[in-house]
Design a protein around this ligand. Structure first.
Ligand SMILES: CCCCCCCC/C=C\CCCCCCCC(=O)OC[C@H](COP(=O)(O)O[C@@H]1[C@H](O)[C@H](OP(=O)(O)O)[C@@H](O)[C@H](O)[C@H]1O)OC(=O)CCCCCCC/C=C\CCCCCCCC
Ligand SMILES: Nc1ccn([C@@H]2O[C@H](COP(=O)(O)O)[C@@H](O)[C@H]2O)c(=O)n1
Ligand SMILES: [Mg+2]
Ligand SMILES: [Mg+2]
Length: 241
């Protein structure tokens, strides 16, 4: 199998602005999760099943617990399932079965999971959380995260390397939001003051996503201009022959 379409271009041009977690944490979690991935393979579980069940668990955790303000239990459930996103690819690679379909399913269901997490938070602030501004910030996190991912997918689809990941990738969005939500949930267990972590995290993710969006759009604009200029030059050379 050649390089999956979803990651095409990553090897061609060195990627600048590689986000911290993808750079440092992925290797660590790959080592930690490889035995578990191997165990699932031995039990006959497929990578697609892990992708689907993992997403279902994240969606259930986010949409059942977060709208009720149960941030601790919601985060515990989401955390249990969100690592499936690292396990599925690990299984596919161990099996030598990394596929275009798998890449598509993985990325598409990432968007579903992210939508549920920030949607669940928005529902809380729109309801009993009663905070219009934080509801709007949650919706902004949801929408900007999806657009950030889209810039890379669309850029790669039109044949550009999109050689930038930017400040805040998906892993950063998730870690910042989930760690804050988990700790903020401890307020219900009597820990004072800690509930403010979640609003702070949402603002950080919102601003970080906006910066990342600008970084990616600027990169795609430059790469597109370079690619178009190269095409025009080669057409001019052809016409001159
Ligand atoms: C006392 C309070 C207790 C609270 C309960 C527990 C709290 C635990 C809190 C948080 C845990 C958060 C874990 C989040 C793990 C995220 C793992 C993950 O899914 O990473 C996915 C990411 C990307 O994978 P893909 O290549 O499959 O996805 C691509 C990506 O989506 C692209 O999007 P873009 O970036 O462009 O926006 C798409 O373009 C592309 O299509 C798509 O394919 O994987 C990585 O990046 C790898 C790195 C993973 C790093 C995980 C770090 C976890 C770090 C710490 C967790 C532990 C924190 C402990 C807190 C303790 C609190 C007590
Ligand atoms: N069901 C799946 C899921 C993933 N893949 C492959 O893994 C890549 C993603 O790796 P992660 O470590 O980020 O999960 C993806 O691009 C596919 O190549 C798969 O084949 N089947
Ligand atoms: Mg995955
Ligand atoms: Mg994924």
């Amino acid at each position: 199998m050649g390089q999956p379409v979803a990651s095409r271009g990553r090897g061609a041009t060195p990627t600048v602005g590689k986000a911290m977690l993808n750079k440092y944490a992925r290797a660590f979690f790959t080592r930690v999760l490889t035995p578990f991935a191997a165990f699932l393979i031995r039990r006959g579980v497929s990578p697609d099943t892990v992708t689907l069940l993992g997403t279902a668990g994240v969606v259930a955790g986010a949409l059942v617990f977060y709208p009720m303000g149960e941030f601790f239990w919601g985060t515990v459930v989401i955390t249990l399932f969100v690592f499936s996103d690292l396990v599925d690819g690990n299984m596919a690679r161990q099996l030598g079965r990394s596929s275009r379909w798998g890449a598509f399913l993985d990325s598409t269901l990432d968007r579903v999971a992210d939508g549920a997490i920030f949607g669940g938070l928005a529902l809380w602030y729109a309801g009993s959380g009663d905070d219009t501004i934080l509801c709007a910030v949650s919706i902004f996190c949801l929408a900007s995260g999806q657009v950030v991912s889209y810039t890379k997918a669309r850029g790669e689809a039109i044949g550009l390397p999109v050689a930038v990941n930017g400040l805040v990738e998906r892993a950063e969005r998730l870690v910042v939001s989930l760690v804050a939500a988990g700790f903020a949930g401890l307020h219900k267990f009597g820990v004072p003051g800690i509930q403010y972590l979640l609003p702070v995290a949402l603002w950080i993710v919102a601003v970080g996503s906006l910066v990342t969006l600008v970084q990616r759009v600027v990169t795609v604009r430059r790469e597109a201009a370079e690619a178009d200029a190269a095409t025009e030059e080669s057409q001019g050379t052809e016409a001159a022959k």
